[in-house]
Design a protein around this ligand. Sequence first.
Ligand SMILES: NC(=O)c1ccc[n+]([C@@H]2O[C@H](COP(=O)([O-])OP(=O)(O)OC[C@H]3O[C@@H](n4cnc5c(N)ncnc54)[C@H](O)[C@@H]3O)[C@@H](O)[C@H]2O)c1
Length: 412
Amino acid sequence: MDFDQRPIAAASPRVGLAGVNGYGRNHLRNAVRLDGEGLLRLVAYADVAPDAAGTVAALCPHPLPGYASFERLLADEALDIAVLGTPIPLHAEMIDQAFAHDVSVLVEKPPVVTVQDLDRLLQAQEGRDVVCQVGFQNARSPVIRALGQLGRSGVLGEIELVGIAGHWQRSDAYYARTDWAGALVHRGRHVLDGTLTNPFAHALMNALLVAGRDDDHPATPATVQAELYRCRDIDGDDTASVRITTDEGIPIVAAVTLVAGTHADPRVFVKGSLATATAYYTKGRLEIDPPEFPLAVSPDTSGQAPDLLANVAEVVRGTNKQLLVPLRLCRGFVLALNGMYESAGRPRPVSPRFTTDRSENGERWVHLDGVDDLIEHCAQTGQLFSEAGAGWASSTQAFSLARYHTFDLFRS
Ligand SMILES: NC(=O)c1ccc[n+]([C@@H]2O[C@H](COP(=O)([O-])OP(=O)(O)OC[C@H]3O[C@@H](n4cnc5c(N)ncnc54)[C@H](O)[C@@H]3O)[C@@H](O)[C@H]2O)c1
């Protein structure tokens, strides 16, 4: 566990939110709850959306000053903690701004999308009295901890791979909700908005943790081979298969799609020579296959994932030294993202002859025919789509991340 060295003062830290619509609503509700419990004081918010004040009025029982600029919020409100539920391409700059005001941060995932931004921010943090937590809300959940411990204990036999399987369906509304959705670059800033950067980011982070040496040392990607595809008219991928070799020696494979035929709970699993353990991380459920496989001690998966804002508030108050998901823990995650695009290049379009459209109540979904079985096959075997014979897929090369320090694709 990370012991963040912050001798902190604030008895009841002053918290400001940036981004209160979209996913930020969850942070607003949670901050209101924790304010009610006296753990922190929710003092103000910043948002550029005209209807943000309405969101705040509906969810916050007391009046909350609103700012149209994050910089003004920082300048005027003497915050201790800023919660960033803002668009991905703004995270790096906003973390920088918060640090410059000596304000600690809870930033939504992905914290940043290039390894140079991550390294720069880690450097900027050094010597400052600030912490930066990343919103991977199930990374410290009982089920992910249990999965990691099972894999490392040897009880599953020799570990063949850590797998990710994800079948989700995203409609047109998902891509219409915000102007950076599905973009690789937005207004000159990297977004890399695709399956494993955004909706399945939790799965990738969880897999790296599970394949790591211990709970505090996620696996470090050594090479990444990725096939990234898009069935929709977007720049980012909506269907991906990825194979990651790690310095720790355990390969990670991911097969995920947002154009599934059927929606299923995403999962991270450890495939051992004797048995497979699977974490349905959004549901907190752990399964062993075969079900009758004898475990000397059944892992305890009861209880909730710890609340990440409460944890930052405790660390800032000085009542807890353990920051749960510090920024530095996410370096392997960001390296994996960069390696994926270095290997695959721009996501490749899939011809509409392989897809089917479905409309319901004015909403439209795209389905890549046969993708559900393919996802299962690739996640189980570690094959990429082209190796599994998908008619629309073509092969890529593995990319080595040795001494990799700058991601610079797609901007020109
Ligand atoms: N942890 C999770 O499970 C989870 C789930 C969904 C989204 N997210 C993450 O939440 C973040 C936000 O995603 P979203 O889809 O809600 O984004 P969004 O584009 O809907 O924006 C969120 C909010 O930020 C506001 N905003 C935009 N520019 C701003 C600025 N310059 N200053 C202040 N506010 C600004 C928007 O008006 C909006 O209210 C992303 O990082 C996303 O990956 C996390």
